[in-house]
Design a binder for this molecule. Structure first.
Ligand SMILES: Nc1ncnc2c1ncn2[C@@H]1O[C@H](COP(=O)(O)OP(=O)(O)OP(=O)(O)O)[C@@H](O)[C@H]1O
Ligand SMILES: [Mg+2]
Length: 347
């Protein structure tokens, strides 16, 4: 893997609300290397979007970063002024938002929307910027780009609009691309095309990608490494193979079990609900939903236990004195299916 470009350390973010402080991000650390894809997975409300919005300096007004650092090439982005962040956003770090349909300006020709970041960030003059916009439109697979460059967003289909959003995010060749559920609004075939496109573009321009999803199936095909989030914390991280074939946290087991497979498309949601982040429990936040919970889970937050140099999980089940628990049979059965699918794909 390449050079370390991003190092997030002990990030803590609260939201001030009338009900009190929502402790949305509670001591999150991760890194990103050049050219790699990190997937962040987890249930709704686990903190995926808030974490990545903080990298862009785009948190809501009621947010307060109460601790930590976001080191981009060693420079703390949290210490940058809004003006400095405007220079980084869209140029060095770009984001495809969770709701792509609303991130386009309905009153602006798409050519202008794609060309604008180039004119603002790279001071490319208008005519040249439109030529580059045309090139990137072709790159993301918009047919008849020469004609369509003068069209408005409503004249495109959902899948095409998503390609345009990707084109805008990529036009300055950002070093980091954050994709927050970039395909959830699309049908399955278009989803697959968009994901292939992102991978292709990554190879062409060596972007590092942070890919957010609650669909572990997508992760298998996209990511190098995976961070699993729960209740504002990362509770397990490792390489894709480690997370799929040697998962250690019972929450990760639950997520893997909730993945649709070819033989069953029924989603087995993890029973129970995440804790209230206004008043998070002092022990393991997953304890109340964990069928293997022990006494200590209610009392003390588990540290990260090392599984390998690249694989860590925060569960007391990894303590040397804990009973040895193996993943449920259903996970083991699924692993066998994934292995066969992988073998087929690599043939
Ligand atoms: N402006 C806000 N004010 C108060 N709480 C907020 C605000 N924005 C986010 N939160 C809370 O922060 C937590 C994390 O939210 P976030 O949007 O990061 O979840 P997520 O993992 O992206 O979920 P999803 O999969 O649904 O997109 C949630 O509990 C959410 O309610
Ligand atoms: Mg989100």
């Amino acid at each position: 893997m390449g050079e370390r470009i991003l190092d997030v350390k002990n990030l803590k973010i609260n939201f001030h609300t009338y009900a009190g402080d929502v402790k949305a991000i509670r001591d999150v650390s991760f890194h990103l290397d050049k050219g790699e894809t990190l997937a962040i997975v987890g249930e709704s409300g686990s903190g995926k979007s808030v974490t990545t919005k903080s990298l862009m300096g785009l948190l809501a007004n009621n947010a307060e970063v109460v601790g930590g650092e976001i080191l981009y090439h060693g420079d703390d982005l949290l210490k940058k002024s809004e003006k400095d962040m405007q220079g980084i956003r869209g140029k060095d770090i770009a984001m495809i938002f969770q709701d792509p349909m609303t991130s386009l300006d309905p009153t602006m020709k798409i050519g202008q929307q794609i060309a604008e970041p180039l004119m603002i960030h790279k001071h490319v003059e208008k005519k040249k910027a439109w030529t580059q916009a045309l090139e990137i439109m072709k790159l993301v697979g918009i047919a008849n780009a020469e004609e369509r460059i003068n069209d408005y967003p409503h004249q495109f289909s959902g899948g095409q609009r998503q390609r345009i959003v990707i084109a805008i995010a990529l036009v300055c060749y950002p070093e980091i691309l954050i994709a927050d559920e970039p395909t959830t609004a699309l049908d399955v075939t278009i989803q697959a095309q968009i994901l292939d496109l992102m991978k292709e573009l990554q190879q062409k321009i060596e972007t590092s990608i942070i890919f957010i999803t609650h669909d572990l199936g997508v992760v298998a095909g996209m990511a190098d490494r995976v961070a699993v989030m729960y209740a504002g914390q990362i509770i397990e991280y490792g390489t894709v193979d480690e997370i799929f074939y040697n998962p250690k946290h019972p929450y990760t087991w639950g997520l893997l079990n909730s993945m649709p497979t070819l033989s069953s498309t029924k989603l087995e949601a993890i029973p129970g609900t995440p804790p209230d982040l206004l008043d998070p429990p002092k022990g393991d936040p997953f304890a109340a939903r964990n069928p293997y919970a022990m006494k200590i889970d209610a009392e003390k937050k588990p540290p990260f236990f090392k599984v390998s140099d690249t694989h860590y999980a925060a569960t007391w089940l990894l303590h040397p004195d804990a009973p040895k628990i193996t993943p449920p049979d259903e996970i083991v059965r699924r692993q066998a299916i994934w292995q066969k699918m992988q073998a087929k794909a690599n043939k």
